[in-house]
Design a protein around this ligand. Structure first.
Ligand code: F6R
Length: 609
C-alpha cells in the first residue's frame, strides 16, 4: 500500500527520499512522486509506474534541497496516473501533501472547498482535499493549519506536509495508518515503514494514533490531539538492514521460502526452557484466565486467515476450546458474539492491516482478551493487544507471504500446546510427541528445499495452464486455500481451492478433460477418502498432481505427478506441505515472466479497507 518518506536535514533530500521509496516498493504501488522545497518554492514531480520512471523524468534537473516528501501510491480514488500521483498541492503550489489511507468524507469536503473557497481540483483523489483544506486554514503556522484541517477530515490517514513559506519544518500526522519517525544526527525523517529509513537511522519514534509530529533538522516534537506535547521512548531497531536485501536470490520470495527452517526454529526453540516447557515471553495470561476462556476467535485476512484455519483445528484438538475463525473485514461488521470470556487472536504479519486492527478494537470494546500473532515489532496490532506473540520470521519483503505464514503456524502449535497443558487436557505423552514432531520440522523442511529442482521440473510441465483446482480434506483443505492463493497472486492463474468433500456439491461441474487438480492427501486417516476424490476428478478427465507423505506411494496409481513430503504426524503436515506449493507457485510465476515480488494490484501492507 502507499509508501511515505520525508526528509529534513543537510543532506540531499531528493536522493535520500528516492532511495527510501525504493525500499518501500515491496508494499505495492502504481505511481510515485516527490516534492522538494527549493529557493522558497516547492518543486513537485510525479510519474505513473515504477520509481525508475520518476527517476528518468527528473534526471538532470537541478533539485538540491534539504526538505522534501516522497510517495509511492497504490490507487484507491482515481486511476493510476501522473495527475493522481502524490504529492498533491494547494492552488498556488505552496503546500504539498503525501497521504497513506482514505479520507472518507472527501466528496463532501471537495464540494465545500469548491463552493466556499473556489478551489479547482486537478486530480480525482481524496488526498488533494487535504492540501486545499490545510491551505484554507493556513495563516502562517503550518502546524496550526494541519490541526484545523484534521478537525474536518474523517477516515484513516498518515500524512506528511511541507510548506514553501516554512522551509525549516515538516509536519506529519498519524490516524489509523502507520507512521514512524527516524531520528538522525542533524537530520530527521518520516516514513510509513522502518525499512525506508534503515540506511540512515536505527533510532525510531513509533507514532501513536492521533499524534502530530513537527520535525526540524535538529528536533522532533510529538503532540496529541489536544495539542499537548507528548514524550516517546526511542525504539532501537536491532535487525539488520541486510535482512531486507536479496542476498543473491533472484527474488525476495524465494529467499524468504528458504528462510523458513530458520524462522520456524527460532519461533519454536526460543520459547522452550531446558525442561521443554513452553514459556511465552510477552504473554501474561494466567492458568486461571486460560481456564475461563469458553471460546477463541481467530481473526485475520488473506494468508494470515489461512494460518488461523489451521490454528482452529490445532487449538480445538489440543486445548479443547471451541474456535471460530473469521475474516477481519466480515467480523467487524457482524456484531459477533464476543465477551469477557473470549480469547481474541489477531494474526497479522505486518501488524498494520486496517481490517484486522478494526476487528481487534471491536473485540476489545466487547471485553475480549486480545492476543496478537505479529511479525513486525512495534506495529499497531502489537501495540493495541494485551499480549503479543511475535513470529520471529525476520522482515518479509515479498508481497506474497511465505515465512510469515509458516511461523504463524508455529505460533498456533505452541499456543495450542501451551493452553492444552495449562488446562490439563493434554497429557504429557501427547505434549512431548507433538513437540518432538515440531522440533523436527526445520530439518525436514530443509530436505524439501534441497529437492527444489524437482519442483522446478514439475513447474515446467504446468506453467502454461490457465486454471487450477486445489483439493484436500481436514488440515489439507486449509493448506489448499493457501497453496491456491500463493499460485494465483503471483502467477495470475485462475486458481481455486475447495474442501474435497464439497466437490460433488457443485464445483465438479467445472472439471473436464485435462483440468489441472492439485490434490493434497497428507492425512493418513483421510488418505483413502482422498484417493476416491482423485478418482472422481480423474473420471471427468482431470490431470492430477498429488501431494502426500513419503510412504503413501499408493497415490502414484492415481496421480500423474506426485510431490512427496517427509513422514510426520498428521497434525504437523501444514508446516511441511505448504512449502512445495510455495516453490511450485514461485517457479510457475517465474516461467510465466511475472513480477514475482510485486504482483500487480497487490500491496504488502493493506492499510485501507
Ligand atoms: C498473501 C498475503 C496477504 C496477507 C494479508 C494480511 O500472500 O500476504 O493475503 O496475508 O493481506 O496481511 P497481514 O498478515 O499483514 O495482516
Amino acid at each position: 500500500m502507499c509508501g511515505i518518506v520525508g526528509y529534513i536535514g543537510d543532506g540531499n533530500a531528493k536522493d535520500i527520499i528516492i532511495d527510501g521509496l525504493k525500499k518501500l516498493e515491496y508494499r505495492g504501488y502504481d505511481s510515485s512522486g516527490i516534492a522538494l522545497c527549493r529557493d522558497g518554492k516547492l518543486m513537485v514531480r510525479k510519474k505513473k509506474g515504477r520509481i525508475s520512471n520518476l527517476e528518468e523524468y527528473i534526471a538532470g534537473e537541478a533539485m538540491d534541497s534539504h526538505l522534501g516528501i516522497g510517495h509511492t501510491r497504490w490507487a484507491t480514488h482515481g486511476a493510476p496516473s501522473d495527475l493522481n500521483a502524490h504529492p498533491h498541492t494547494n492552488m498556488d503550489g505552496s503546500i504539498a501533501v503525501i497521504h497513506n489511507g482514505i479520507i472518507e468524507n472527501y466528496v463532501e469536503l471537495r464540494e465545500w472547498l469548491a463552493k466556499e473557497h473556489g478551489v479547482v481540483f486537478r486530480s480525482e483523489t481524496d488526498t488533494e482535499v487535504i492540501a486545499h483544506l490545510i491551505s484554507v486554514f493556513y495563516e502562517g503556522d503550518l502546524t496550526d493549519a494541519v490541526y484545523k484541517a484534521m478537525e474536518k477530515m474523517r477516515g484513516a490517514y498518515a500524512i506528511g506536509v511541507i510548506c514553501a513559506h516554512e522551509p525549516d519544518k515538516m509536519v506529519a500526522v498519524r490516524k489509523d495508518s502507520p507512521l514512524v519517525v527516524g531520528l538522525g544526527d542533524g537530520c530527521n525523517f518520516i516514513a510509513s515503514d522502518i525499512p525506508a529509513l534503515l540506511k540512515h537511522v536505527r533510532q525510531i519514534y513509533l507514532i501513536e494514533n492521533n499524534e502530530t509530529v513537527v520535525l526540524t533538522k535538529n528536533d522532533v516534537k510529538l503532540y496529541n490531539a489536544a495539542r499537548q506535547e507528548v514524550k516517546r521512548e526511542v525504539f532501537n531497531v536491532t535487525w539488520d538492514a541486510d535482512a531486507a536485501e536479496k542476498e543473491g536470490y533472484d527474488h525476495f520470495m524465494i529467499k524468504e521460502i528458504h528462510e523458513q527452517p530458520k524462522g520456524i526454529r527460532e519461533t519454536l526453540t526460543r520459547r522452550l526452557d531446558d525442561e521443554r516447557n513452553i514459556k511465552l515471553d510477552g504473554i501474561s495470561m494466567t492458568k486461571e484466565e486460560i481456564e475461563q476462556f469458553n471460546k477463541v476467535y481467530i481473526v485475520a485476512c488473506g494468508t494470515a486467515y489461512h494460518a488461523g484455519l489451521v490454528g482452529k483445528y490445532i487449538i480445538e484438538k489440543l486445548a479443547h476450546i471451541p474456535v471460530e475463525v473469521d475474516i477481519a473485514s466480515e467480523f467487524r461488521y457482524r456484531d459477533p458474539f464476543v465477551d469477557g470470556k473470549t480469547l481474541f487472536i489477531a494474526i497479522s504479519q505486518s501488524g498494520e492491516t486496517l481490517d484486522t486492527l478494526a476487528a481487534l478494537r471491536e473485540a476489545k470494546r466487547k471485553g475480549a482478551r486480545i492476543l496478537s500473532v505479529v511479525n513486525v515489532v512495534g506495529s499497531s496490532v502489537a501495540r493495541e493487544s494485551d499480549d503479543v506473540f511475535y513470529t520471529w520470521a525476520g522482515p518479509e519483503i515479498a508481497v506474497a507471504s511465505t515465512k510469515a505464514y509458516t511461523t504463524q503456524l508455529a505460533c498456533m502449535y505452541l499456543l495450542a500446546l501451551y493452553m492444552g497443558k495449562e488446562k490439563g487436557v493434554l497429557d504429557d505423552l501427547s505434549y512431548h510427541r507433538i513437540l518432538d514432531e515440531l522440533l523436527a520440522v526445520p530439518d525436514k523442511l530443509q530436505t524439501i528445499l534441497d529437492n527444489e529442482k524437482s519442483i522446478l521440473e514439475m513447474a515446467k510441465t504446468l506453467y502454461r495452464r490457465e486454471q487450477v483446482f486445489f483439493i484436500g480434506r481436514g488440515l489439507d483443505s486449509s493448506v489448499s486455500y493457501e497453496g491456491s492463493l500463493k499460485l494465483k497472486e503471483i502467477s495470475y492463474i485462475n486458481s481455486f481451492a475447495i474442501a474435497a468433500g464439497e466437490l460433488k456439491h457443485g464445483t465438479i461441474a467445472l472439471i473436464e478433460q485435462d483440468t489441472l487438480v492439485i490434490a493434497l492427501a497428507t492425512q493418513n486417516f483421510l488418505f483413502e477418502k482422498m484417493l476416491s476424490n482423485i478418482q472422481e476428478v480423474k473420471a471427468r478427465g482431470a490431470y492430477v498432481v498429488g501431494l502426500a507423505k513419503k510412504n503413501n506411494t499408493e497415490i502414484e496409481k492415481q496421480a500423474s505427478q506426485v510431490i512427496y513430503i517427509p513422514e510426520c504426524a498428521d497434525e504437523i503436515t501444514p508446516l511441511l506441505s505448504i512449502v512445495p506449493l510455495q516453490i511450485l507457485a514461485y517457479y510457475i510465476a517465474k516461467l510465466r515472466g511475472c513480477d514475482i515480488d510485486k504482483p500487480k494490484n497487490l500491496a504488502k501492507s493493506v492499510t485501507v479497507e
